[in-house]
Design a protein around this ligand. Sequence first.
Ligand code: PMP
Length: 305
Amino acid sequence: MDLTKHAFFEGKIIPLGEANINIATHGFLYGTAVFGGVRGYWNEEKKRLFVFRPYDHFYRLINSGRMLAMNIPQDENALTQLLLDLLRIDGWQQDVYIRPTIYKADLGIGVRLHNLKDELNMFVIAYEPYVKNDANAHVTVSSWRRIDDNVIPARGKVAGAYANSALIKTDANRAGFDEAIVLDNNGHVSEGSAMNIFMMRNGQLVTPPITDNILEGITRRSIMEIARRELNLEVVERTIDRTELFLADEVFMTGTAAQVVAVTRVDYRNVGGGEMGEVTSKLRTLFDDIVRAKNPAYSDWNVGV
Ligand code: PMP
């Protein structure tokens, strides 16, 4: 991580190396923070960096904060402008990953949400692939369960809840899998450690509904729209059973960091023919062009720096 790059911290843009919080900070002690994960894509032909759906990402961040009684003065438009300033200062000419966080910033002990001040920060790093094996991932069904809306809201990105994702991811990786699929407390498929899930079954593209304890994924929403508009697919949000993953023709996972990951094996069983399926392959290509601002039909999703 390059600490000379800039960050927004306590109201100012300063070098990342100087953007440090105290060890007694509430958000650090109790995980009372919410965050986002946004990406900027370098377009080589246009020699320009484009941020993908920043307004939607910041809107979700603000909503994640609202669930933890957080208020910040900026709306999604102001946060997008702030991000553009931050990106321009360092003149990034490569794919980047942006991490905004809102956190309970008071110092001291005492677990609660009220009567605490909220701070926003944001930093940018060079992008590194999240799932290396993204063309034929082997995933397992985790023995951990997904946090429930009545435990910690899963629809938003609450920092403390990522201990759940970390348990899921580490056990999967240590057992030799690329990623894990986690079931909710009713035993239904929810999502991955940091990715939403889709399957092709009986000609339909199926994904769990938000009410099955998944993050309101922005890649998920984008892929649903692209599949309908470009591939004329019927896209269905319904509860998915674990064993349907064995019967599906195709399975893939989506996320800002991971993009579209083809899942070709689930717990040692081939998905479909055991290779990346046609729909997954088409969606990967479409998505990559769209995020890099190469498809004018989706230009309202690309914000140029
Ligand atoms: N689920 C979880 C738990 C995540 O952390 C992420 C990554 N933000 C996703 C799904 C994918 O969401 P998005 O497409 O908005 O990045």
